[in-house]
Write a protein that binds this ligand. Sequence first.
Ligand code: AMP
Length: 283
Amino acid sequence: MRIMRTIADVRAAVGEARDSGSTVGLVPTMGAFHEGHLSLMRRARAENDLVVVSVFVNPTQFGVGEDLSTYPRDEQRDAALAREADIDILFAPPLTEVYPRGFATTIHVAGVTEVLDGASRGPHHFDGVATVVTKLFQIVAPDTAYFGQKDAQQVLVVRRLVRDLDMPVRIVACPIVREPDGLAMSSRNVYLDQDARRRATALNRALDAAEALVAAGRKDRDAVIAVARAELEASAIQPEYVELRSTDDLRELDRIDSTALLLVAARVGAARLIDNRTLEVSP
Ligand code: AMP
């Protein structure tokens, strides 16, 4: 595995591989790897000749008062895990390589960015995501890029971006990887103290409860959301949102006719956590 710091080095290495007919996969990350990240890397490894993993804690997607300065960083550990996952290139650029002096461009995706985390965290968040993902796609020019369904809204933002700007990149969304007790893996789980860590399992239980209700035949939004909220409240969690939305464009839904996304965000102790579940009614 090669660790690269510059855009020029990545372009040269990817260009050479591509000239010899290799397919290229990209896994964009902010580092602090866990099994969620590794699942994306394994999928990319299985499907591509050359795999690039980027590690960049992107400041433009963090808001004032968010956790940019405390976000976990451990490049040595990440490099060791990426090497174990047989990654070819770890692209870990310094801030000025991605945002040099005078940087002035923002990519804004309308619509799907305006609800849920876009409303909760503010418009800068998905502007930051769309801008850095566009840059990474320009730098690496992957055939396929791998994202986690954990960040379901982000996947839809990236899909919209790729369609609207005619980017020749296939987007693959990988399933949510969970801890044995159901908590969705996240780099931010390190912020949880013992009590918060225990209460945090309520997010997955809320999604389970909603799924069970749907399996029992209930399809209306209010009932589905109420049962999820009750699980959160039982663990003294006041969610930022619990919402039922369409899987393709995040329209608000009154009822589930075929599939729907149930999405939840909540502050638990020192961490802001998100989770989601695709709910399906049998025809
Ligand atoms: P991050 O480093 O948090 O920006 O995440 C990098 C990529 O890993 C994103 O596409 C995330 O959606 C994905 N990811 C994060 N946590 C998980 C998880 N628990 N399961 C699957 N994918 C994940």
